[in-house]
Design a protein around this ligand. Structure first.
Ligand code: GDP
Ligand code: MN
Length: 380
């Protein structure tokens, strides 16, 4: 789960990281009011879950409240890489201006299985280009989670990137606070770009990006509450409610599978025979009529779907129970989309018998099922 910039910065502030004063607005009039309260020049910033807002016209400076209102009017509704702006953040401009833009992030390095700190003195909007063309300008240090962040980590980064020495102490405590925030929030990413040296000679976070590990949201109720449910696609909301894992893809063959590994295999086999899966869907353990119905409704709500492949492996779940669930679900759903079924595992023969009695097309092997689904999609 990703936080908006304004949420990320408020979280940083709770951990003692300096951020500009500011507040959000959902209308140009609200933007006017916020700017008035802040007084002086402000920056108006699109709040969307994507980067590169600056380059897309989603970050604009304003001289006074009337200007802030006008800039907010421009930015509200702005489409940035498919994300429509519904909220803007109005922040005071950095006190004394910006002397230097620094990149600073803590993230999980999955390969090293450790948190990693990444920093560069060449921060700002071109950090991707810096990473690609001047990789030596990016400094990395890995943290042993049992030891935590140490002073020498901060010194290594500060000296490596050439931070003026008078700011090392400030940087050290800021990095410590960011690490505490990262661990305390179960984050997979805490990024500040830019972390600036202000004209007054202090560090300040002008941007913030925080991703929270979804699996930890149950113990992070305060952060979980921050999720903007209005932007989640209805199919994903429905999947979460039904307790199935669902990820939409671009192909035309809907997949319903029990088990993440089997779902991956099913997608691989579809691709192997020249098809394109329309989704990843894992209904998890069991295959009750309710779950199968919800899953099928989610799959069929995608207009690209031209055939559905249901691939169920009976382990503790028995094949005949699964088959009854599928038959009951298909009784309730009215669709012209061809559905191919494959059952394996415990009591699969009994299950297949139930399915053929209900006149449902079945396949013996996964390869056969995939080929049939691809063929059915072509003819549909
Ligand atoms: P991003 O492009 O989505 O990463 O958005 P940022 O929040 O990083 O803003 C992009 C750029 O706008 C920054 O790199 C800064 O150069 C500039 N910017 C952001 N906030 C301020 C501010 O308070 N004052 C000034 N002068 N520039 C700002
Ligand atoms: Mn940024």
């Amino acid at each position: 789960m990703n936080l908006y910039e304004y949420q990320a910065k408020r979280l940083f502030a709770e951990y003692g990281i300096p951020i500009p004063n500011g507040d959000v607005a959902r209308t140009p009039e609200e933007a006017h009011a916020v700017a008035e309260q802040l007084g002086g020049r402000v920056v108006v910033k699109s709040q969307v879950h994507t980067g590169g807002r600056g380059k897309a016209g989603g970050v604009k400076l304003a001289d006074d409240p009337a200007d802030a209102q006008a800039k907010a009017k421009d930015i509200l509704g702005l489409d940035i890489k498919g994300h429509i702006t519904r909220i803007v953040l109005i922040d005071e401009i950095a006190p004394g201006g910006i002397e230097q833009e620094i990149y600073l992030a803590i993230l999980i390095d999955r390969a090293a299985k450790k948190p990693m700190i990444m920093a560069s003195y060449e921060g700002g909007m071109d950090i991707e280009e810096v990473a690609a063309t001047q990789p030596d300008k990016i400094f990395r240090v890995w943290i042993d989670p049992s030891l935590g962040l140490r002073g020498y980590h901060a010194t290594y980064i500060a000296s490596g990137m050439g931070l003026p020495k008078n700011l090392w102490k400030e940087f050290n405590s800021l990095l410590k606070n960011l690490y505490t925030c990262f661990i305390g929030s179960d984050a997979s990413l805490c990024e500040i770009n830019p972390l600036v040296i202000t004209g007054e000679g202090h560090l300040m976070a002008l941007d913030g990006k925080v991703s929270i590990d979804d699996s930890a949201l149950s113990r992070q109720p305060k952060l979980a509450e921050m999720e903007d449910k209005s932007i989640i696609p209805p199919s994903e909301l429905k999947a979460a409610e039904a307790g199935v894992s669902f990820i939409k893809l671009d192909g035309n063959i809907g997949c319903m599978v029990n088990g993440a590994g089997l779902a991956m295999t099913t997608m691989d086999i579809i691709k192997l025979f020249g098809g394109e899966p329309a989704n990843f869907l894992d209904i998890g353990g069991g295959a009750s009529a309710e779950k199968v119905t919800a899953a099928l409704e989610i799959i069929l709500s995608d207009p690209n779907v031209e055939a559905v492949l249901i691939n169920i492996f009976g382990g503790i779940t028995r094949g005949d129970d699964v088959a009854r669930g599928i038959v009951a679900a298909l009784d309730k759903i009215d669709t012209d989309v061809p559905i191919i079924l494959r059952l394996a595992g415990t009591n699969y023969q009994e299950g297949l018998a139930i399915l053929s009695k209900a006149n449902l097309p079945t396949a013996e092997t996964l390869s056969e099922a995939a080929k049939k689904a691809i063929e059915a999609a072509k003819n549909n």
